[in-house]
Design a protein around this ligand. Sequence first.
Ligand code: PLP
Length: 372
Amino acid sequence: MIYLDYQATTPIAPEVAKAMHPWIEEKFANPHSPSRWGHEADAAIEVARKQVEKAIGVKGGAVAFTGSATEALNWALKGTVEKAPKGRNRIITLATEHAAVLDTCEWLAGRGIDLTVLPVQPNGRLDLELLQRELDDRVLLVTVMMVNNEIGVTQPITDIARRAHEVGAVMLCDAVQGFGRMEISNDPDLIAVSAHKIHGPKGIGALWMRKGKEPAPVIHGGGQEQGLRSGTLSPALCVGFGAAAKLADERCTRDYDHVRKLWKAAVHALGPGWVINGCTECRYPGNLNIRREGVDAARLIADLRDIAFSLGSACASGSGRPSHVLRALGLDYRQTRSSIRLGFGRYTTQQELVDACHRIARAAVEQEKLDA
Ligand code: PLP
């Protein structure tokens, strides 16, 4: 199989698997228990926490581990609303956000939050003037993602956070697709990340919180994470996340250069007839979302079973609904159905990517011939 679905998830790094192994096999103590073994597990978790914080690279706050980035985003949104000062009842977000943000915002809107979902420009970027016009002292929270999971387009997070702060709002950034791959802006108050997008294990994420901006708890119980989030932590998952974060931090530039070369090679190998969805400059280059007039993308995926690529987000692929992100760029229904996402990264070789692109291009031409 040629794996080109790096936005859905990434292969576990060998270093990560090795670091996790003892915590799965022998070291099973509860990290919150006072025994010597408990302390040992707790110490390993604290090392991992520091590794994740260093890789996030933003000063003035701390990380709490969660079960996923979805949980971190739910917590950030619901917990900030829970603590909202009187008179602040508005949330502003973008039409191209991940379902973990959009669906949570909609849920909050059903409970009285005044929600504004801003459109994006045809290249996928937010128009800052549009945001500026919406900002006032009733805004509680502005939530915008760093790198889009479907089209790879980046948003001007520093400018957005500064403008949000000018009216006293909290800025939440879903950095899941940017973390470990590009530098994170220093300015958000809350940052959600996930281990499995950086060659770590599934089932663990984190919320970085600026001191004083911590959301109210939404998961109650033993208060294991600084009294803010309850549930016994998994030392294996935390250690794996820490090892993945350390590796990503050390290899960030090397991985990025590799991915940039892959992007150029892929665009060249696909040849003419393809249109790139989203801004070609403001992006993470490990994501190539493309469309071709008349192609049935679902059929293309079915025809090329040994290449793992997708229609858009893993969540949207199963639903049969057209991608809300591509629709937000102004693509019509037919164009969304002719779009595919190729995602590549650290362990993708240029040869396999080029081979896959040649085969995808050939299969698309075959479809055209059959349909002619
Ligand atoms: N946000 C973005 C941009 C994502 O791509 C994803 C995962 O696909 C998530 C949030 C949710 O992350 P998790 O799988 O850790 O819940």
